[in-house]
Every structure is written in structure tokens, then in C-alpha cells.
Design a protein around this ligand. Sequence first.
Ligand SMILES: C[S@@+](CC[C@H](N)C(=O)[O-])C[C@H]1O[C@@H](n2cnc3c(N)ncnc32)[C@H](O)[C@@H]1O
Length: 341
Amino acid sequence: MNFLLRHTLSALETVVYGPSYAALNSLIRYPKPLDPEPIWQAITEDFPPIKDWVRLNYPPKFARRFLLAAKMKQDHVLGISAHYDVSNDFYELFLDKKYMFYSCADFATGNETIEEAQIAKANFIVNLIDPKPGEKILELGCGWGPMLQRIYEETQDKKNLFGYTLSKEQVEFNKQRRGFNVEFKNFITCDYPEHHFDKIYSIGAWEHVRHRDLPIVLEKLYRAIKPGGRMVKHFFCPRAETIPVATIVGQIYFPGSFQPAYPTQFSAFEKAGFRVTHQSIHDYRPTLRAWFDNLVANKEKALELVGVKTYNKYITFFPASWRFFKDSESILVRFVLEKPA
Ligand SMILES: C[S@@+](CC[C@H](N)C(=O)[O-])C[C@H]1O[C@@H](n2cnc3c(N)ncnc32)[C@H](O)[C@@H]1O
């Protein structure tokens, strides 16, 4: 794309979608690999008050509502495939080596490596799931199977572990590299057998359940879990039912996804019949910085695998997400939801 076209497009996007959306897209379209550290600084630094106000308030609310409604007409399934079916080798360059989690880790002190922090997160969540050999356990949105692996270490029972994903590359990875029962299945639209699973959990995938789907999916999941069983969830969502500008910006990276806010999620869980027995809040930012550093350290290999545009997309994605959590309009939560016996 030539210089004039890039700048014209950027000016149009600024008017329609706001300055953050336009600036990030313009960086992604830059024809050469971005210089990482100045990009991190430019996206994450504190802005002067007026610039910050514009960034957080433009486009205005009514326009955001309209834009988001248009974006929600897109099939989020295509957005998932566009995000994940890039190259498994590419993701291996920046995720932790042991498990390959693509979700927020637990940095208790801030001095841990991403490897240590993902092990800490895996231990935290395995305690919430409390898996036992012989129990049927399903992960919604299982990625490259990191948590299935952690549960398997606990139970040594592969045949009762199941995972769904919308990435064909992840299905192959799980089958060939890990030997897990992973299917290409949409956990939002699929049917589930009744009273079948002891535990169902999701880590970093519930973000794709939209307002209109939330009660329907929860009803199906409630029926799929045996009495006395439980559901564990780890996801981020807006703190309140507004439409932050960040949700428009997020459409660059996950087109067609927009989460109901925390109070809506909580009451939907209770309405479906679950008892909330655990809640905790976690900080995504150190994980995003660790992935960014790993990607930069593997720049040449990354460019070879995915080319300049995708490389630039991730070089902006991590600091933009960091900024998103610093702005504190969204929170990352873990829940345990019990189905009464
Ligand atoms: C951020 S990754 C998290 C993966 C994994 N749970 C982890 O912690 O590394 C999100 C995963 O959710 C899956 N996903 C998103 N929406 C889905 C849907 N509707 N049905 C099935 N899988 C979905 C994606 O394919 C991807 O595997």
C-alpha cells in the first residue's frame, strides 16, 4: 500500500473509529518491521490530559454503539481463525515453552520468568478445577492444550479429557504433539450431552461469548454438567456495561468479539443456577510484556514465519492490550461456579 493511500485511510479511520484505532492500523500497515521499543513506549506512556480524553472518549457513545453493532454482525468464528491459524511455530516463539499458554499468567512478585508465572497460574487453576482420575473434564477453547496437559499431569487420565477449539492448527497440534481428544467445535453453538461432564472450564475463551449468546450458552453448560459438578472460568470483561472505546479498538485483533460486563456475567451465572464459590482478580500486564520481549528476541524467525504485517500486528497487539488493562476499564477474573448436587 503506497504512502498516500495509507495516510488517506488513516485519516478516514480517525474520523470514523477514533485516533487509537487509526494509529494502530496505520502501524500494522507500515511496510517495514516496526522498531519495537519506541512502539511500546508510544502506546503505553501517559498522554497529556487532552489527548487522553480524546483517546478515551472519541468516537462518542452513540457512534460506538452503532459501530459495534455493525462489527457484531461479523462471524466471530472467522476472527478466531484469522487470529490463531497463523502458524503454530510463530506462537511457540513467544509463549512459555513448557505448556504454551496463550492466557494471563500469575506473576506474584513481578520477577518471575514467563515459564515460572505460567506454572504458577496452571497450579492455581488446577486447584480450582480439582480434577480426579475418571472424571469427565471439558475445556472450552483449549488452545494448544496447556491446561489439558496440567490436568493430565494430575490425573494421568487422557481418555476423559476433552477440548474444543476453533483453530484447525490447534486441533492438529493437540492430536499430534499431545495426544488429546480435541475437536474443531464451536462451544457457543454446539449441543452438549446432558449431565455428562464433572467439570467444564475455560481460560481466555469466554471473552468470545457475546451478550445475546450468554444466557443460552450458560443454560446448555448447566445442563451438561453433572449435579455436584463445577465450572471454572478465567476471562476478562469490561467492569461496567458501557462500551469503552477500547472495544472498538479490539476489533482490529478479534473482529466480532465483545464481552458482557462483569455485573452482567455474575448475574447470568446465578440465573443459570450456578453458585459462585470463588472469585479472584489478576493482572494481565506482565504477561503481555513477557510475550512482547520474547517476540522481539525472535524477530528474524518471526518475520520468516509470518511476514511483516502479522509481525507488526503482534508488536502493536501486546502494548495495546497492556494499555487496555492499565486504563482499568476491564478486569481479568477467575470464577468457580458450582452446580448444586
Ligand atoms: C486466548 S486462547 C486461550 C487458549 C487456552 N485456553 C490457553 O489458556 O492457552 C482462546 C482459545 O479459545 C478458542 N475459541 C474462541 N472462541 C471459541 C468458540 N466459540 N468455540 C471453540 N473455541 C473457541 C480459540 O480457538 C482458542 O483456542
